[in-house]
Design a protein around this ligand. Structure first.
Ligand code: NAD
Length: 435
């Protein structure tokens, strides 16, 4: 039922209507869940999803086509091609930080590739979870698409079933649980995981621009972004120069008291709030540091002189706290990055493109962005995904369609010209061996 292109297009168009009709409710639910500022919710949860939808609808016909491939001499009358087959029933498990985007973008690809899907939103972003559970079925064909809600026990039960593909976004420890469950049925997986994304700032750069671009990437969604710059690596001189520039950028973005700014979010849960507050003891609080438990507010914070052994450097920060680790030079920064698990993103800032290229060349990560943060993820023409500890597989744009398609190698032979096949049949005479 899900295979014909007309069916896929109808479901994708229905997803577009879901985003249009429910726009206000999405903004309200994400505001209730984590105080997500409406511009940030509109940009990340609605606009980027609509962009993915448009790219998919505009290209689906082309993507679905069989890809004809090179043949050898004896197959000149035959047809050799790659058929993009759906996997079957796919399971999409999403996290809470971009609760619409991170189930919808994979779902677009799953539908485009002709699959059925079960969607498991995060139970932590409970208002958005309810919105998805209550309204998505009004738009999609309920024979083929279902939402399953719940936390660990429900997801554990769900994972006992045999799926044809599992697309998981979340933390590396849960990623391991998912891959173990998938292994029981030999189910292929995509794991979009997290980690600590280093951001190297060289001594030759425009400090004001760096501060604005870093502060935006770190404090967007109150720092709860998988590709946020997790920590800065720079010399002690650059740390001195960056501090006033970061303070100025934070004041420019959120005013003198970010707590009163409508453009600065909150931490999603008490558990996350407690975890983040404990990281504030790392290094020295140079900017921010204020907290309010009742509101789950943590001010945009910059920690100076953080040591690699400090708590903020032991786990993914995933909140509005930016540790700065002082290094002597670029070589030390690169060694620092390479001594740790491979991150989802590496960032490098420098006016000298050779330096940016050196960091790109000598490190490994899911993605890379020179002289900015987050923006590489907004391009549907770039694959998005991790490597090593930050995940496996890739998506966005055509990469999502390919992820959810089995590339079936097909050869359709001509029934005639049997004489051409004679050399391969027994008896294997000396003559056939060329002896
Ligand atoms: P999480 O791993 O705790 O939860 C993700 C999903 O897994 C949720 O739906 C949850 O219900 C389910 N889950 C949790 N524990 C489970 C278990 N034991 N068994 C089965 N299912 C379980 O992640 P989170 O806290 O929701 O999200 C934060 C993490 O996600 C961060 O590490 C972040 O970097 C990462 N992330 C990655 C990307 C990416 O695109 N690579 C995007 C967003 C977030």
């Amino acid at each position: 039922k899900t295979r014909p292109m007309e069916y896929r297009v109808a479901q994708l168009e229905a997803l577009g209507r879901f985003l249009d009709d429910k726009k206000q409710e999405i903004l309200e639910a994400t505001e209730l869940d984590m105080g997500k500022p409406s511009f940030e919710a509109f940009f990340s949860e609605i606009l980027l999803c609509k962009n993915e939808l448009n790219v998919t609808l505009n290209n689906l016909c082309q993507w679905m086509k069989d890809e004809h491939v090179d043949k050898n001499l004896v197959m000149q009358l035959d047809s050799a091609f790659i058929r993009k087959d759906p996997y079957g029933v796919v399971l999409i498990i999403a996290p809470w930080n971009y609760p619409i985007h991170l189930f919808l973008v994979p779902l677009i690809g799953a539908i485009a590739a002709g699959n059925c899907a079960i969607i498991k939103p995060s139970e932590i972003s409970k208002n958005t979870e309810r919105l998805i559970a209550e309204t998505l079925s009004c738009y999609l064909d309920s024979d083929c698409f279902a939402v399953v809600t719940g936390g660990v026990p429900e997801t554990t039960r769900l994972l006992e079933n045999k799926f044809d593909y599992i697309f998981f976004t979340g933390s590396p420890p849960v990623g391991r649980i998912i891959m173990t469950a998938a292994a029981k049925h030999l189910t292929p997986v995509t794991l979009e995981l997290g980690g600590k994304n280093p951001c190297y700032v060289s001594d030759t750069c425009d400090v004001t621009n760096v501060a604005r671009r870093v502060a935006w990437g770190r404090f967007f969604n109150a720092g709860q972004t998988c590709i946020a710059p997790d920590y800065l690596l720079c010399t002690i001189e650059m740390q001195e120069k960056l501090m006033p520039a970061l303070r100025e950028a934070i004041t420019e973005f959120f005013g003198p008291n970010p707590r009163e700014s409508p453009d600065f979010g909150r931490i999603v849960s008490d558990k996350q709030f407690q975890r983040l507050r404990a990281l504030l003891g790392s290094g020295r609080v140079a900017i921010g540091g204020q907290t309010d438990e009742a509101e789950r507010y943590i001010a945009p914070t910059v920690l100076a002189d953080v040591l690699p052994s400090d708590p903020a450097m032991q786990e993914e920060v995933f909140g509005p706290i930016l540790p700065i680790v002082v290094i002597a030079n670029m070589d030390e920064a690169i060694d620092f990055i390479n001594a740790r698990p491979r991150p989802l993103a590496v960032y490098a800032f420098s006016c000298d493109s050779k330096i940016v290229n050196q960091v790109l060349e000598r490190t490994s990560s899911g993605g890379f962005c020179g002289n900015d943060t987050l923006m590489h993820a907004s391009l549907t023409s770039l694959p998005f995904g991790g490597i090593g500890n930050s995940g496996l597989g890739k998506y966005h744009g055509k990469f999502t369609f390919d992820t959810f398609s089995h590339h079936r190698g097909c050869l359709h032979r001509n029934m005639g010209l049997e004489a051409l096949n004679a050399p391969r049949y027994p008896p294997y005479t000396q003559q056939k061996l060329g002896l």
